[in-house]
Ligand binder design. Structure first.
Ligand code: SAH
Ligand code: SF4
Length: 361
């Protein structure tokens, strides 16, 4: 008879973890403090294996291994950019790959994590989108990117991670159950403040509404890229299903749910979405939901011949938005020499592993 698949301790929300361990240790006549021991190994010790839990008797480690697992991320590659950006390529247990990126700045160490292997959204400017969708990540696979990256950062950079952004591969709000669990685990388990965690979405309305209902003040980034529907449709196929006005009313709900911050991500593509006439509608949208605007130079990708807007044009956009009362900043591109920039994740690996595969659009 085949054994029931073991529960992954790292995929359980902290409350669920305590419940599962309570019942496990009760059945084994073990003291309650065993729960705290395991919890500490996971969330403070950043453990990647039950064998590391050395203050548990060997027999208890064996029993835990019999009923539970811990997500294993195998480090397939680490690349360090000249500017200090660090990209990890992780191999998942079934051979899929995902990436996460550590981005050090003066005051912060931000980790960019993936929520899916690939992405089904097919945005025309994004390398992950061109690679197609492989599968959802489990909550354990999402939070393990944090635990493993933090272990790496503490060892090699002598620093810990201060902020997390769901801006790696995948559309987090298309993997809602695992992403919600991962948010609880990062916040209540590992203790990362909700305001230091940003979920980035291309506009999955039901997901935005669900996030608005959560009591924690997780931040939301909307990948806007165009302030009018016609143009947005050229860049983001989801615009057809969830057009801008619908996204906007979801953002209003999010905004009204109290103390939550919204950012617009606007990737600037030369001759595509950088016309001066777009500044006024962009400003209106931002003001209507109190959003902060991040202007991002487009990172060229292998499948498109688009280029970034020129720097003076991006500066002009930023200045004009500010003049209209919209807080705006230019996000510098990081880690370009190792393809760690937004929209480039996995592109390189796919091209290397499979040859540059043209996708029909
Ligand atoms: N799916 C989510 C999160 C992952 S994408 C989303 O779309 O929001 C993370 C960010 O990278 C998004 O803002 C996305 O629009 C941006 N991005 C994708 N491709 C890019 C490229 N080639 N150049 C610059 N930014 C890009
Ligand atoms: Fe997916 Fe985001 Fe890329 Fe669009 S921009 S294809 S939603 S990862």
């Amino acid at each position: 008879m085949s054994k029931h698949p073991n529960t992954d301790l790292l995929s359980l929300e902290p409350e669920g973890l305590v419940r599962a361990l309570e019942s496990h240790f009760r059945q084994r006549d073990q003291p309650v403090y065993r729960i705290g021991q395991v919890r500490r190994w996971l969330y403070e010790g950043l453990s990647a294996s039950i064998d590391e839990m050395t203050d548990l008797p060997l027999s208890e480690r064996d029993a835990l291994k019999h009923f539970f697992t811990l997500t294993q991320l195998e480090k397939a590659r680490v690349e360090v950019s000249q500017d200090g950006t660090v990209k990890h390529l992780w191999r998942l247990s079934d051979g899929e790959f995902v990436e996460s990126v550590l981005i050090p700045t003066k005051k912060r160490l931000t980790l960019c994590i993936s929520s899916q292997a690939g992405c089904a959204m097919g945005c025309t400017f994004c390398a992950t989108g061109w690679g197609g969708f492989q599968r959802q990540l489990t909550a354990g696979e999402i939070v393990s990117q944090y635990a493993a990256s933090r272990r790496w950062a503490e060892k090699h950079l002598g620093d810990t991670i201060s902020n997390i952004v769901y801006m790696g591969m995948g559309e987090p709000l298309s993997n809602r159950k695992a992403v919600h669990h991962s948010l609880s685990i990062l916040n209540q388990g590992y203790g990362v403040g909700a305001r230091r965690i940003t979920v980035s979405t291309v506009g999955v309305v039901p997901g935005i509404l669900e996030l608005a209902e959560r009591p924690e003040q997780f931040r939301l980034a909307l990948s806007l890229h165009a302030p009018i529907s016609d143009l947005r449709l050229r860049l983001i196929p989801l615009e057809k299903r969830h057009p801008l006005p619908e996204v906007l009313s979801a953002l209003k709900r999010f905004n009204e749910s109290g103390g939550k911050r919204i950012t617009f991500e606007y990737t600037m593509i030369r001759g595509v979405n950088d016309a001066s006439e777009l500044i006024a509608p962009l400003a209106d949208l931002a003001l209507s939901v109190g959003a902060y605007v991040n202007l991002i130079p487009f990172n060229p990708i292998p499948y498109q011949n688009w280029e970034s807007s020129e720097h003076h044009r991006i500066k002009d956009f930023a200045k004009n938005l500010q003049r209209r009362g919209v807080p705006a900043a230019i996000r510098e591109t990081r880690g370009q020499d190792i393809d760690a920039a937004c929209g480039q994740l996995r592109a390189h690996t796919l091209v290397q592993l499979e040859g540059s595969r043209e996708r029909e659009h």
